[in-house]
Design a protein around this ligand. Sequence first.
Ligand code: HEC
Length: 140
Amino acid sequence: MLRRPVPATLISPAALFGVAMFAAVIGGITIYAETRAKTWTYAEAITDREVDSGRAAIMQRGCGGCHDIPGTTGASGRVGPPLSKIAIRAHIAGTWPNDPGTMARWLMHPQRMRPGTGMPEQGPSEAEARAIAAYLYTLD
Ligand code: HEC
């Protein structure tokens, strides 16, 4: 049987486009995953606690009743400010510098720091507060 090479014009531009898009998507996912992993590692390093246990504590303590917290189940409260981007905000509650120690202090004693604020004292230990801070510092 006579076989002729497939003319280049028959290689579908759509197929080439598809391959390029696939490569772009895989590349994008890879970069995204690497960036997320770095953020997690960094959040755990500065708080010395595990992001996962902080996330569990947030759900157990029901912070989501008052706050909208990305990545946690059922957290869509509207009493306090949304906690998306809390990792890259300059201040905590608009006042104190946003560093891990101050964040843990706020989570343990919001009423001491700002008497009468709408955020209640929930009594987490320092270890738990730092774990919660670890999770919050992944929200960038
Ligand atoms: C009863 C409602 C309520 C609950 C429950 C609550 N918060 Fe808050 N939270 C607030 C309010 C109101 C503010 C704003 C305080 C202010 O600016 O004085 C706030 C502020 C904050 C801030 C500072 C936000 C910012 O934009 O700077 C963080 C972080 C925070 N809360 C985390 C938590 C976490 C974590 C929990 C669970 C352990 C929690 N909150 C539970 C009401 C609540």
